[in-house]
Write a protein that binds this ligand. Structure first.
Ligand SMILES: Cc1ncc(C[n+]2csc(CCOP(=O)(O)OP(=O)(O)O)c2C)c(N)n1
Length: 387
């Protein structure tokens, strides 16, 4: 053994390795997990646990509403987060206001938790705009559909922030399938080499559409991939919001303090189909889904808080009522929305549109107006209705 690979030296990767067993603070039945399962992490304060539950109750209600809207044809598509609420809520509530979130198509609940208007969140899935919210205002990047592309965006943003002397960290949400992409490799590598404050939170929901994890990766856990890049790896129970919050909080704090990025694998499960256009019975067994339904993240935290006298029926009712109010408002506002105007295609292409583009925009606008008028059987009028 040389000096450089002695235990405790920078070349000894022991401090980067994740635990084989996922970190767990609350057992599936809602009791506190044994200290060994917590691997040195502490249960967050009661106020944080209540905030986690509140956000998960709202997130699940929003998710159910969005799923219903997709079934009614009011959204083009909806990739549900059902079952993954603890990952998205636990991760987002660990962020500071000045930090950035880099979500994917699967992560609408994370955006609602971050405070983005839920109707603006659904704009992409109505097919109206690539991002319905202002990324700069909310410090949330547009939801990425090309897998793992958000990872390198986060590395670039935090690298730039660091050069400007700003205290900004980023949380990247990605799926198990996305870790096989070349973009993930490039982002992990640059993040580690440049020491950027990024936490990659892999929601390992076991499936990449119909591809199971065992056909996606032969690594002991996805968190073990971290060591190859010189990053810290963490493995956490993704259906335990308290554990996700504790692990992501530590990973973010370490990254901020200059200890480099981290790869956190949260083991969870996608209860619903990949999207409303998928039929999962063609590739997975109902018994597997039932197994994970019994590990529901929302019921788990609710049970702990009730058991420990931190939540009563009235407190829970208030959370459910707030969630219902949000769902009703989303439903009503979506029903009132018209479609986008076709000529919007030309907006935001250039700060100062070129003459040919202005001409094309006018051509499309006139075509759409004539079409609206023909449909209405009335003279052309610029009503702004759906075409
Ligand atoms: C670069 C790229 N290749 C292929 C796809 C098609 N695609 C969409 S979702 C998906 C599976 C992704 O699985 P995972 O990363 O585990 O995320 P999940 O959908 O389970 O949240 C694939 C292959 C894509 N969107 N982007």
């Amino acid at each position: 053994m040389t000096t450089s690979d002695a235990p405790g030296s920078p070349a000894d990767p022991a401090h980067l390795l994740p635990s084989l067993e996922p970190v767990r603070l609350i057992d599936p039945d809602g009791t506190r997990a044994a200290p060994e399962a917590g691997a040195g992490f502490a249960l967050p304060e009661p106020a944080v646990l209540l905030a986690l539950l509140r956000a998960m109750v709202v997130g699940r209600r929003f998710d159910r509403q969005a799923d219903a809207l997709a079934r009614q044809g009011r959204l083009a598509v909806y990739p549900s987060s059902h079952g993954q609420e603890a990952c998205q809520v636990g991760g987002v509530l660990a962020l500071a206001e000045t930090d950035w979130l880099f979500p994917t198509y699967r992560d609408c609940v994370s955006l609602v938790t971050r405070g983005v208007d839920p109707v603006e969140v659904l704009t992409l899935l109505r097919g109206d705009w690539h991002s319905g919210y202002d990324p700069a205002r909310h410090r949330c990047a547009p939801q990425c559909t090309p897998l793992a592309t958000n990872a390198s965006h986060a590395v670039g943003l935090t690298y730039a922030a660091r050069r400007k002397g700003e205290d900004v960290a980023a949380l990247v949400l990605m799926g198990d399938g996305a870790t096989s992409e070349g973009d993930a490799h490039e982002a992990y590598n640059f993040a580690a080499v440049w020491n950027t404050p990024v936490v990659f939170l892999v929601q390992n929901n076991q499936w990449a559409i119909s591809v199971p994890l065992r056909r996606q990766s032969a690594a002991p856990t996805l968190a073990h991939k971290a060591v190859g890049y010189g990053m810290r790896g963490y493995h956490v129970d993704g259906n335990d919001a308290a554990a996700v919050h504790a692990v992501v909080s530590r990973a973010l704090a370490e990254a901020r303090a200059g200890a480099g990025p981290a790869l956190v694998e949260a083991r969870t499960y996608r209860i619903d189909p990949h999207t409303n256009s998928d039929d999962p019975r063609r590739y997975r067994d109902d018994s597997e889904v039932d197994h994970w339904r019994r590990r529901d993240p929302v019921a788990r935290l609710e049970a702990l808080l009730r058991r420990e006298g931190r939540l009563d029926d009235a407190g829970h009712r208030a959370m459910v009522d707030a969630a219902d109010r949000l769902a009703i408002s989303v439903r009503e506002r979506i029903a009132r929305l018209g479609g986008p105007r076709p000529e919007e295609l030309f907006d935001h292409v250039y700060a100062a549109p070129t003459a040919p583009l202005r001409g094309q925009r006018e051509e499309v606008r006139a075509w759409a107006e004539a079409r609206r008028a023909a449909r209405a059987g009335a003279p052309a009028a610029d009503t702004g209705e759906e075409v």
